[in-house]
Design a protein around this ligand. Structure first.
Ligand code: IPM
Ligand code: MG
Length: 355
């Protein structure tokens, strides 16, 4: 199995390093290769996604990405900014299905800003369409209009086939869970999502075992806070999924705990923490590497179909949490504060103990 590692910017290098320690524990570091993406790639090659990086990612069986972005690149022309590296690799590899689980580890129930009774036992899977919608729709840009003032334009756009393929992923994911799927849209206002709703309803007919419901995105935002445990699988478009997945992450205590998988039609995938590059804490050894480590676990589950390794990694994470170790984002006074490196080492230690 060839794994490409793209550390990226900010805390990206330090968190991916902890996941590589896990690969090392499995004796799987022979076939890993590194390549730059985001701001670090811009510094080296004047391009946030150099050809060499895209080629490596195409050749690899799976990709582990840290994070991209830094405020210091905000003034660059858009195509040079770090985020473009991420958007182009998602598009270039056709990674249309983004799986963002929000799982509450029992040890962290009190790290959530919501009442323990609302979030304990929470287990939601958000399925976000990742290569369409207003993120990629044309026309787009800032231009001068007929009144001689500047005007910004983005286009929300989904073709039927794009909605169909993500719908199948969503229904099949629900089949493997509690058979409940909530499709989130804004069909009362936006035609794009009216089509989305129609297609989900039609495809639902071939999944009679899955209970399909529809919800407007504003209501979904409210319900996620009011009663998040009503959800099993949520499926939505790119922009709504971006927002709702950040919101869902905080239910579990910290965005530093949330992994993600971005899959193509053949389950080739790119795995990355749901959080960003946090340049303010980069290099300080305070970042939480668990989202990245759990993303690696997802790689074994979804791309390599190795459920055993997925469970080994997840259990090692649980043990470290049970033993009371916390990075600063999930720290509370009755727990032990540690840094990024030590968190990585402890997970490896617990993992090796069960190998
Ligand atoms: C995410 C991020 C990205 C997105 C940014 C960094 C381009 O917020 O993965 O959720 O908007 O998709
Ligand atoms: Mg986001």
């Amino acid at each position: 199995m060839k794994i490409a590692i793209l550390p990226g910017d900010g805390i990206g290098p330090e968190i991916t390093k902890q996941a590589v320690k896990i690969l090392d524990a499995f004796d799987l570091t022979k076939d890993i290769e590194y390549a730059p993406i985001g701001g670090s790639a811009f510094e080296l090659h004047n391009d946030p996604l150099p050809t060499g990086t895209l080629d490596l990612a195409k050749k690899a069986d799976a990709i582990l990405l840290g994070a991209v972005g830094d405020w210091k690149y905000d003034q660059l022309p858009r195509e040079k900014r770090p985020e473009q590296g991420l958007l182009r690799i998602r598009q270039g590899l056709n990674l249309f299905a983004n799986l963002r689980p929000a799982i509450m580890f029992p040890e962290l129930t009190h790290a959530s800003s919501l009442k323990a009774s609302v979030v304990s036992g929470l287990d939601i899977m958000i399925i976000r369409e990742l290569t369409g919608d207003i993120y990629f729709g044309q026309p787009r840009g800032i231009s001068v209009n007929e009144n001689n003032e500047r005007e910004g334009v983005n286009t929300m756009r989904y073709a039927e086939s794009e909605i169909e393929r993500i719908a199948h992923v969503a229904f099949q994911t629900a089949q493997r869970r509690k058979q409940k799927l909530c499709s989130v849209d804004k069909a009362n206002v936006l035609e794009t999502t009216e089509l989305w709703r129609e297609i989900f309803t039609n495809i639902g007919k071939s999944y009679p075992d899955v209970q399909l419901s529809h919800m407007y995105v504003d209501n979904a935002a409210m319900q996620l806070i009011r009663d998040p445990k009503q959800f099993d699988v949520i499926a939505t478009g790119n922009i709504f999924g971006d927002i709702l997945s950040d919101q869902a992450s905080m239910l579990t205590g910290s965005i530093g705990m949330l992994p993600s998988a971005s899959l193509d039609a053949n389950n080739k995938g790119m795995y990355e923490p749901s959080h960003g590059s946090a340049p303010d804490i980069a290099g300080k050894d305070t970042a939480n590497p668990l989202a990245t480590i759990l993303s690696l676990a997802m790689m074994f589950k979804y791309t390599f179909k190795d459920e055993a390794k997925y469970l080994l990694i997840e259990n090692a994470v649980r043990q470290v949490l049970q033993d009371g170790y916390r990075t600063q984002d999930i720290f509370s006074t009755d727990t032990k504060l540690i840094g990024c490196e030590q968190m990585g080492d402890l997970v490896v230690d617990r993992l090796e103990g069960s190998l």
